[in-house]
Design a protein around this ligand. Structure first.
Ligand SMILES: Cc1cc2nc3c(=O)[nH]c(=O)nc-3n(C[C@H](O)[C@H](O)[C@H](O)COP(=O)(O)OP(=O)(O)OC[C@H]3O[C@@H](n4cnc5c(N)ncnc54)[C@H](O)[C@@H]3O)c2cc1C
Length: 377
């Protein structure tokens, strides 16, 4: 049974997967074939890999977002959180930007909630850790770093000055390394405008628990990047982690202790915890269990992809999942869009007809990302 005369394809999340899947479905759909509804608490999609550039002021905030209502003109865009889904009744509960929660029926569901920062109960982290998962956080980080340079310029207290100019980054993956590289560059440049602040006065420290940085790339590229960053005076500690940062006093497992004004936390992500209320099968780390077709295991009408899904990585083989990155998210969104259309059409034809499924794409770069799935997903 359809929700309306037209079936509704409900896309939860308007990020990489949600927006690109909606674009694909709208492109492939016949006129009036279905209603495409996209729900996201933000009215825009964010190109997250550009957040470090935004934090350093090299990309303007408005250039790293895509307004959903403008990109998806033929879709219904709703601003709010989907808080739960009743799979039996095929209704989603939406908590809108204003007003009471309401239920929205659907025929087909796309689950694309992405991930959230993975944190640990480290003393002081909740109070002092700064994340970089949104435009707002990136801009606030930029303002914060500039405020520290101002503070150091104006004080005569050497202890305060030293703390203001110490920046610690926990996590040596893409997000952490790109962010430290961009911010060090910005601070080096900005220092030219100050009288009492020089690059040599600053400390930039990266802490990574694994035995190399950039696990998403091959070992050679990780090593090359480490050398380049060290040439720029960035200290990188591998195979160590942060024990505590109470009152911004950072204590590392390797014995290093510093007072830091800035503690940026980029130590990996985990699937969005809201998935627990979606009535779907979840894997050991909380991802929705999806097939290479992006269809959720045991459900004919539900698809999932991106950071919130565990999708078999066919290029690597048995037991491997695609790592959480934008490249996989975009490719999966296209396949997912095609399969939603295919599934919808097949379910409306007489039962003798067959569906043509497309499987999640694989490519050479999947291999390079393999190790990151263990550390960041
Ligand atoms: C700083 C940073 C740098 C990165 N750099 C790279 C890189 O260089 N290369 C690379 O390949 N990848 C990179 N990534 C990873 C990449 O951005 C993600 O893998 C990608 O965004 C995943 O897409 P997604 O659609 O699964 O999730 P997202 O793009 O995060 O989209 C999820 C959407 O769901 C919405 N949402 C959340 N909860 C709800 C709810 N309850 N109801 C409705 N909507 C909801 C969110 O608002 C969001 O719009 C980086 C990530 C970060 C944070």
């Amino acid at each position: 049974m359809s929700t309306t005369e037209r079936p509704r394809i409900l896309i939860v999340g308007g990020g990489y997967v949600g927006m690109y899947a909606a674009m694909r479905i709208l492109k492939k759909m016949r006129y009036g074939e279905a209603t495409v509804t996209v729900v996201d608490p933000r009215s825009y999609m964010t190109y997250l890999p550009f957040l470090p550039e935004a934090a350093a002021g090299n990309v303007a905030p408005r250039n790293l977002v895509a307004p959903l209502r403008s990109v998806l003109k033929n879709a219904e865009v709703l601003t709010g959180h989907v808080t739960s889904v009743d799979q039996e009744r095929k209704v989603a509960t939406i908590s809108p930007a204003a007003g009471d929660s309401y239920e929205l029926p659907f025929d087909y569901l796309v689950v694309a909630l992405g991930s959230v920062s993975r944190t640990f109960p480290i003393p002081g982290l909740a109070e002092h850790g700064i994340g970089i998962k949104s435009v707002e956080e990136a801009i606030s980080l930029r303002n914060h770093v500039i405020a520290q340079l101002d503070k150091a310029e104006s004080t005569t207290d050497e202890k305060v000055r030293k703390q203001a100019l110490t920046f610690v980054f926990i996590g040596g993956g893409f997000a952490g390394i790109e962010t430290v590289a961009e911010l060090e560059d910005m601070a080096r440049d900005a220092a030219k405008l100050y009288h009492n602040v020089k690059r040599e006065d600053m400390r930039f420290i990266v802490v990574e628990a694994a035995n190399r940085i950039l696990p998403e790339m091959g070992p050679d590229l990780g090593l090359w990047t480490k050398e380049k960053l060290e040439e720029r005076g960035i200290e990188i500690y591998i195979e160590t982690s942060m024990d505590s940062c109470v009152d911004k006093h950072v204590v590392l497992k390797n014995g290093v202790e510093v007072d830091a004004s800035t503690i940026v936390w980029t130590a990996g992500v985990k699937p969005n915890p809201a998935l627990a209320n979606f009535g779907l099968p979840l894997g050991p780390r909380g991802h929705v269990d999806a097939a290479p077709t992006l269809q959720v295991t045991g459900f004919d009408n539900v698809w999932a992809a991106g950071d919130n899904a565990q999708v078999p990585d066919l290029a690597v083989g048995e037991g491997a999942w695609c790592p959480p990155n934008a490249q996989h998210a975009v490719r999966q969104a296209i396949v997912l869009g095609d399969n939603v259309i295919s599934g919808m059409r097949a379910s409306r034809r007489p039962s003798t007809s067959t569906r043509t499924w497309v499987r999640s794409p694989v490519s050479a770069c999947t291999r390079a990302w393999r190790s990151s799935s263990a550390s960041t997903s």
